[in-house]
Design a protein around this ligand. Structure first.
Ligand SMILES: *Cc1c(COP(=O)(O)O)cnc(C)c1O
Length: 359
């Protein structure tokens, strides 16, 4: 079986060495030494300030919404993982869907302004597959209308634009360190904040709003990362450059073989340093995608319909939230993310590309 992705597993000796340190310290959570070290190491690796580690990427989104005191309407993208809009709904806000650009699959800045009302508090957009949103135009719109900006950057670990981390844009960017992501801590995530005061609020909120012995300063939740998860992160982080290089090599193999096909790929922008987080392909029709998917499944290859369905069509949404987003709906019906992981063999990629050409 060739899955769509495979978790990068560090050496057991490496992980065990951190376990020994944990056993010696006798300290399993509550911002212990490994969490503090991982915070410093990730911030240094990415070149970012004000980062708070949390228990997962969904809580990162929820905390960003809470720490920025967002309410009412949040303009968002229909083309993302369901966690993006679940977080908006869970925090009691309303997602207002704005369709995506056909080239990058990120939110279309041309369509944002007409969706703004007096109840809009923010724009929450996803850097889809690690390809950045049009951050300059989104910031301009946000400034003009006094809106906050959150980026769901779950796919964008290590992505740079003109030499700088993409996470420096927006009021907050959120990361997921789930086992299926490029950099992982098994389960985990982070909130990156422009303003240190917002980061301090996230720090407080992720531990019940409780400091010292008996001071309760703010509404809070439990979103702390444990030392066991931080230990996994400390093992994986030194390998991230190798992980990205290996994924790039495999993406290039796909590119070579699929060059002459009719498949659409996301278009890279000027100044982008990509992280090769995914290898999505868009087929000309839904039927063509389903034919290829079946051919791959018959050969024990598991691509994913990532992202499907378009989030504006989710069955549990109130009818008036289901605004039509024709580009997102069309892409969601035609997309497949192909297998991509560190030790995926060249032969497997050739088999996959052969099946795509033949179907
Ligand atoms: C993975 C993912 C999340 C959720 O992260 P978890 O750590 O699994 O909670 C949110 N948004 C996007 C775009 C994702 O891909």
């Amino acid at each position: 079986m060739i899955p769509v992705t495979k978790t990068f597993i560090p050496s057991l000796e490496n992980y065990t060495s951190y376990l020994e340190a944990i056993w010696q310290a006798g300290y399993l959570t509550n911002n212990g030494p490994l969490c503090r070290q991982l915070t410093v190491d990730i911030a240094g690796f990415l070149g970012i300030p004000n980062m708070e580690l949390v228990a997962n990427g969904t809580l990162a989104l929820q905390l960003a919404i809470k720490a920025l005191s967002l309410k009412d309407e949040i303009i968002t993208t229909p083309y993302s993982y369901v966690a993006t809009i679940n977080s908006i709904l869970w925090e009691g806000c309303e997602p207002v869907f704005v369709d995506i650009e056909p080239q990058t699959f990120c939110i279309n800045p041309d369509l944002i302004e007409v969706a703004i009302t007096e109840k809009t508090s923010a724009i929450l957009a996803t850097h889809v597959y690690g390809y950045p949103c049009d951050v300059a135009r989104i910031q301009k719109i946000a400034d003009k209308h006094k809106l906050k900006v959150i980026y769901d950057a779950a796919h964008a670990f290590g992505v740079k634009l003109f030499g700088e981390s993409i996470l420096l844009h927006g009021d907050c960017s959120t990361l997921s360190f789930h086992a299926t992501k490029l950099f992982h801590t098994a389960e985990g995530g982070a909130v990156v904040c422009k303003d240190i005061e917002v980061a301090k609020r996230v720090f407080l909120m992720k531990k019940f709003g409780h400091i010292g012995e008996d001071e309760y300063l703010d509404i809070g939740i439990n979103a702390k990362m444990s030392e066991l998860h931080a230990a996994m992160g400390l093992c994986v982080l030194p390998k991230v450059n190798d992980i990205i290089a290996s994924r790039k090599e495999r993406s290039d193999w796909y590119d070579e073989k699929l060059e002459s096909s009719l498949l659409q790929r996301p278009i890279s922008q000027v100044g982008l340093e990509y992280n090769y987080a995914y290898y999505p392909v868009i087929f000309p029709t839904h039927e063509a995608m389903m034919r290829v998917r079946q051919a791959l499944v018959d050969h024990h290859i598991g691509p994913r319909r990532y992202f499907y369905p378009s989030l504006n069509t989710l069955p549990f949404l109130r009818q008036e939230l289901k605004r039509s987003c024709p580009v997102s709906e069309s892409v969601a019906r035609r997309v497949l993310s192909l297998p991509l992981y560190v030790d995926l063999e060249k032969d497997a990629i050739h088999t996959i590309c052969g099946l795509i050409s033949a179907a």
